[in-house]
Design a binder for this molecule. Structure first.
Ligand code: SF4
Length: 252
């Protein structure tokens, strides 16, 4: 639940000229104790997690443990958490009864028979429940990744309930790889085997020549998003042209 209003238009204009680290620093300070970050611990996840570790290592890092991750992803999660000193990595899991029901109904392969419902139960619902306890949710999505993500802003208000913060909104894939190299951050072990974007193993394949960066996700299906970035509606821009509260103007 939101405890205060932000002047979103002004803030987003300012953030276009800030570094990603400055936005993460602002978010960690502005929402101290009331913010969580989600991470897939995929090939680019080290960027935002490294920035977070420089801002506040105690911010909860929510990981959707669907039970379908590659073992390499789970090992990479533990490796990055240790390397960055992240103190609060939390696994979110589906309601066991809901999960058992869909697995039985679809003979053990819900990801093949009904991937939208599989994502709903394993990702959307656990996340929706978890973020109720926070005022802000930060993630590493970028405008260049999918058509849906083209219009994301650095800070958005979702359904009047939570602020969604995307410090890497204007980052490119090239920027991300540069950052990882510059800071000697280890790469996800599957990256070297051609996996550019990594989610659950049943719905991820290595990239083929000419593929875009997310083509290996739900390959052969029209699905491009698991739903965690689309299940809440962005609230319309009511803050336009309003002066920000003083604490915002002072915040960055
Ligand atoms: S990505 Fe695939 S396996 Fe993972 S929750 Fe979604 S449909 Fe299920």
């Amino acid at each position: 639940m939101l405890t205060h209003k932000l002047a979103l238009e002004k803030l987003n204009r300012e953030f276009e000229n800030k570094t990603q680290q400055e936005i993460v620093d602002w978010a960690a300070k502005e929402f101290a104790g009331r913010i969580a970050i989600t991470s897939s611990f995929g090939p680019e996840s080290g960027v935002l997690l490294h920035m977070l570790s420089r801002a506040d290592k105690t911010v909860p890092v929510l990981f959707l443990e669907t039970g379908y991750h590659f073992p390499e992803t789970l090992a990479y999660r533990d490796k990055l958490a240790g390397l960055f000193g992240l103190k609060n990595v939390i696994d979110l899991r589906a309601d066991s009864a809901r999960k058992a029901e869909i697995v039985a109904k679809h003979e053990g392969v819900p990801y093949d028979r009904d991937p939208d419902l599989c994502c709903q139960i394993n990702k959307v619902e656990p996340l929706d429940e978890a973020i109720k306890g926070y005022e802000a949710w930060m993630s590493g999505i970028r405008r260049h990744q999918t058509d849906y993500r083209k219009s994301i802003r650095f800070v958005e208000e979702y359904e009047g309930e939570i602020y969604k913060i995307s410090p890497l909104a204007n980052f490119t894939s090239r920027d991300a790889w540069w950052y990882l190299n510059e800071h000697n951050i280890p790469q996800h072990p599957l990256y070297e085997r051609g996996y550019l974007s990594i989610g659950c193993w049943p719905c991820t394949r290595a990239a083929q020549p000419g593929d875009d960066e997310r083509a290996g996700r739900w390959a052969g299906k029209t699905k491009t998003e698991c739903g965690i970035h689309t299940f809440k509606e962005v609230k319309e821009k009511e803050e336009k042209d309003k002066e920000p509260p003083q604490h915002v103007a002072d915040g960055i």
